[in-house]
Design a protein around this ligand. Structure first.
Ligand SMILES: [Zn+2]
Length: 118
């Protein structure tokens, strides 16, 4: 209902007040953001507090998004293309071998002799 023909539509504060009342939520103070549809749609109070922008993973009705199509709201709420990989290496740094390349030393010549004695 909040997504118009051409994408999200900025909502008036009065409309969101009605929505919040309908949802049984407090309207004073006005929430800075209202998550709907399991977080897939978020209403964001404008800086001037005179309207709510409708932000989804695909689009946002805020003025900034009209230029960038990837506004700060979308980057914060729906980080689709993080610049850094999400996985972080954990644990200690464990070298694969004592020598560069993962080798355990100059074992080429005596490998057949020492093998099996360890
Ligand atoms: Zn936005």
């Amino acid at each position: 209902m909040l997504e118009g023909r051409f994408g999200p539509v900025t909502q008036s504060v009065d409309a969101i007040k009605s929505l919040l009342i309908h949802m049984g939520k407090a309207i004073s103070p006005l929430p800075s953001d209202v998550s709907l549809d399991n977080g897939r749609l978020v209403l964001i109070l404008s800086n001037k507090k005179d309207a709510y922008y409708t932000c989804t993973s695909r689009a946002c009705s805020c003025p900034g998004n009209q230029f960038t199509h990837n506004c700060k709201h979308q980057r914060a709420l729906f980080p689709q293309n993080p610049t850094k990989p999400a996985t972080v290496e954990t644990g200690s740094i464990r070298p694969t071998g004592k020598w560069p390349g993962g080798m355990n030393g100059p074992v080429d010549e005596c490998q057949s002799q020492s093998r099996g004695m360890a």
